[in-house]
Ligand binder design. Structure first.
Ligand code: ADP
Length: 396
């Protein structure tokens, strides 16, 4: 049994063919620069890796190219026995609280939510439509980034603005990265051999995008991203929390348009805005070399992270586990150490040696006498999507 997982973005399509139980990746690839003069596809499977550059007119051509790669390099896609296709969909709004079998009605609903995620939902939908046409005989399942956070209490998902206006325009906190937070929260319980319902946890997903969540007995009660993935932690190129008055000020005093502000907050902020680089490895090198703006960027990043840890400890009341995941969380021991430094009074003690150890799987990095267990748990959104799609397909 194999599930094809598709993450269709505005100019790229990532795909993975996954055996959902063991989690083996049978093939994977990336179609990039769709619609540009020169597109690129990289594909790897049991035969090996291959790469080609050619113009890729649109998503249909891109996905067709990916499907052709399977036959060009090895067994045709059909020979893998694809039993379902899982699609990452960014915004599920108030409608979708769990993975959902794709039907024409579901497509209409996802399309309606495009106003909340104009950069994401339309290309996600394109991927669904093209894949449905190419693989019409298998179930297609939409897995929403927002779904895990449909359980947020109203006190946590409501913005204190004019209630009527907010209702009319769908303005509330939805949260993102939900597939990762959900997957990691379950991995934590499994790794510790404890029932999920007994574990109160904070999850810090630190990648290019970054978000924190508070999960009480398996139920999300707060998360740092909001109406859009801009809110919360400092990210590679996104600001995270800022005073909304800044936007008014820049609109008035710098004459910036909505488009300018969008670009500022999404692309010219976060680490890049502060020191010119958004990749954490580059940032760390600059900090080591004594670069002042990089050092400030790092300090702002860590300060924000610590604020969220503190806020979520209080929101949870009792905290059992803090988990780091995603590119930075899994690979940058200094971030983990600094984020949780000097919190002995709160029962959080990171063990320097365990924290430095490089390992692929889930691991404990807290000291034996730490009241709160601190973990590193690799996330795997593709596997989570594949499992969700397989489970729905099995139920049909
Ligand atoms: P995405 O949000 O695109 O899925 P990832 O979870 O892959 O992102 O995380 C990307 C980030 O992880 C980048 O900032 C990258 O520099 C950082 N990263 C990856 N490996 C390391 C490492 N060994 N040390 C520090 N940072 C790392």
């Amino acid at each position: 049994m194999a599930v094809l997982v598709i993450n269709s973005g505005s100019s790229s399509i990532k795909y993975q063919l996954v055996e959902p139980e063991a989690g083996d990746v049978l093939a994977s690839g990336l179609v990039e620069r769709i619609g540009e003069a020169e597109g690129r596809i990289t594909h790897s499977d049991r035969v090996g890796e291959s790469e080609s550059t050619e113009p890729i007119a649109d998503h249909r051509a891109g996905l067709q190219l990916a499907f052709d790669m399977f036959s060009r390099d090895g067994a045709a896609l059909a020979e893998f026995g694809v039993s379902a296709v899982g699609h990452r969909v960014v915004h599920g709004g108030k409608v979708f609280s769990k993975p959902t079998l794709v039907t024409d009605d579901v497509i209409t609903e996802v399309d309606k939510l495009s106003s909340l995620a104009p950069l994401h939902n339309p290309p996600n939908l394109l991927g669904i439509e093209v894949a449905r046409a190419l693989l019409p005989d298998v179930p297609h399942v939409a897995v929403f980034d927002t779904a895990f956070f449909r359980t947020l209490p109203r006190a946590a998902n409501t913005y204190a603005i004019d209630a009527k206006l907010a209702e009319e325009h769908g303005v509330q906190r939805y949260g993102f990265h939900g597939t990762s937070h959900h997957y990691v929260s379950e991995q934590v319980a499994e790794f510790l051999g404890r029932p999920l319902s007994d574990v109160n946890q904070i999850i810090l997903h630190l990648g290019n995008g970054a978000s924190a969540s508070a999960v009480q007995g398996g139920v999300a009660i707060d998360t740092s991203m909001g109406l859009t993935p801009l809110e919360g932690l400092v990210m590679g190129t996104r600001s995270g929390d800022i005073d909304p008055g800044i936007l008014l000020h820049l609109r008035r005093s710098a004459g910036m348009t909505v488009g300018d502000l969008d670009e500022l907050l999404n692309r010219r902020s976060g680490l890049r805005g502060l020191c010119g680089v958004n990749d954490f490895r580059e940032l760390s090198e600059l900090v080591s070399a004594g670069d002042q703006s990089a050092t400030l960027a790092y300090e702002v990043y860590v300060h924000r992270l610590r604020k969220y840890v503190g806020a979520y400890m209080v929101a949870l009341g009792r905290l059992d586990v803090i988990t780091f995941t995603a590119g930075v969380g899994e690979n940058a021991p200094h971030v983990r150490a600094d984020a949780l430094a000097d919190l002995e009074e709160l029962g959080i003690v990171v063990d320097p040696e365990s924290n430095q150890r490089r390992d692929k799987g889930p691991r404990i990095i807290s000291a034996p006498d730490s009241k709160v267990t601190v973990l590193v748990v690799p996330t795997n959104e593709e596997l989570a999507i594949a499992r969700a799609a397989a489970a729905l397909a099995n139920d049909l």
